[in-house]
Design a protein around this ligand. Sequence first.
Ligand code: ATP
Length: 363
Amino acid sequence: MSKHYKIAVLPGDGIGPEVMREAIKVIDVLKQMDPSFHIELHSYPWGSEYYLKHGEIMPRDGFQELIKYDALLFGAVGDKRVPDEITIWDFIMPIRKNFNQYINFRPVKLLKGVESPLKDSENIEFVIIRENAEGEYSNSGGTLYSGTDSEIAIQNTIVTKSGVEKVAKYAFEYARKNNFKSVVSATKSNAIIHSMKLWDEIVVKVSKDYPEISMQSNYIDALAAYFVSKPKEFEVVVASNLFGDILSDLGAAVVGGLGLSPSANLNPEGDFPSMFEPVHGSAPDIAGKNIANPIAQIWSTALMLKHLGRDDLGALIIDAIQEVLRKKEVRTPDLGGTAKTIEMGSAICDAIKLMMSKERVEI
Ligand code: ATP
């Protein structure tokens, strides 16, 4: 009997609900076209509006609720009326940390029909594997003497041997599984001499178990330049929380922008639900205008289906996205066109329908 998937949908703030609507449309089309695909979506209105109404960004028992699901599909969070301490540290970060989603998986791929700002850009395709549960994004620290000339702020970075080991192993296993020849590690151990030194040591140690894969450490500043000067050379890049975050926006820019960049927050052991979300945030500058590109959200949905074991449906979504982009008929403003969010979502749904009905005829 085919599995029945239960998904929690968290559209969140800004463009989140607009792009999520299109991702749900895609799931509905897959359900219509494939009777063996059973999926149930439950949407939660948590986020900044919820906070302004209820005084909390999600209910206290929210985690007990979310843990019941096979996966979480997340939109975006961020609103200038609500402090970042709330939107980030009471919502998205606790989900990643409590559910031990210690891998942030971010594909960087230039799809056909999309222009890169780089001249020599054909065949850019690599993946950034970002540590997602510790590192620079910690709430350890504090301030002293606030508002005086003696004000002090201390922000601690937490790097653990087991944390680095897990992310490095994931990166090398991913490279092995996909027959890649190299893993590049982002570091800055020349200047950040404690935490990054430990990072380097552990990555090198893990790499010894993968003799067929070459390992190179690059300082983050040089690596940022290489993303522009020689992006085709990368296959797998492994990075700490902060470095991975910055590199993925840079990676996104190289392959057409944030509207096209998906991500997965993974708990590889499956002890907790994993969460799938676009790399972009709430994009307040374009929110409410129905012009956001929904591809990053739809592609993140494809990653979710692959993670759930429906590789076929995930691949189909990506093919449909590719087909729409290749044709260049429907393009949102970030891609130089005038299409609305809804039109882009509908074009992808139509492409899926066409592909699935062709498959049926061929069978
Ligand atoms: P947040 O504070 O929620 O992270 P932000 O403004 O810092 O929001 P993003 O939401 O990542 O950052 O947006 C950065 C830029 O990219 C903005 O100019 C935004 O309009 C653009 N952008 C982001 N997502 C999309 C999208 N899906 N389609 C088109 N443009 C986008």
